[in-house]
Design a protein around this ligand. Sequence first.
Ligand code: AP5
Ligand code: ZN
Length: 215
Amino acid sequence: MRVILLGAPGAGKGTQAQFICQRFGIPQISTGDMLRAAVKAGTELGLQVKEVMDSGGLVSDDLIIGLINERITHGDCANGFLFDGFPRTIPQAEALVEAGIDIDHVLEIAVDDEEIVGRISGRRVHPGSGRVYHLEHNPPRETGKDDVTGEALIQREDDQEETVRKRLQVYHTQTQPLVQFYRGLSEAKGTPKCSRVEGVGTVEEITSRVLAALS
Ligand code: AP5
Ligand code: ZN
């Protein structure tokens, strides 16, 4: 199964991706996680993208499309994949169409901007795996430590309020039009299936909605 998860920054894409990938046995492909890993490793790609990521802007389409084209050739994508944070612009979505990569399901997680600002300020992540926690809504078992490895959790560079507001603005102008794009594609070709779930509620509630929509 090939799935695209759409949603504003902090909508819960990374949180729900973990459950979807477990259920369907597909890898999570998060362009954000891939870029952050490159920044952390200090690779050429990392040096190129750090500034734009920290400011809440988008990395160039060409770079992202190259990254995805390389990633989906890996053997673990044989049964499909889940895109988390990609595509994010119309040209990125068009690149998938041009490459003949058909998507089965586009799922949008809808959350209001004000809720998002609160969520992101409490977010903590495990940089090695991309596992996501929240100080109140989804705390780790031991304060400040990843449940699986016990390693330290960190706060993302782009999670300051001002940057979050910029990311939300970028989402509304550049990424939200993809909902219409995929509805149009669905009407013309009969695929992908497009669904929208309300993203406010407990993590478990959203997981049931998401899995029900995908089944
Ligand atoms: P990316 O990493 O994709 O960030 P994002 O889209 O801004 O999304 P987030 O990771 O912030 O949020 P999420 O929806 O995954 O929410 P989460 O589950 O963590 O991209 C980062 C940057 O990389 C971009 O700004 C851009 O510069 C660049 N980039 C990446 N992809 C790109 C592309 N394709 N093209 C160009 N540039 C690209 O949840 C958030 C918090 O809420 C957590 O603390 C979580 O525990 C908590 N939470 C989750 N669910 C709930 C709930 N139901 N109730 C309460 N709290 C909850
Ligand atoms: Zn994420």
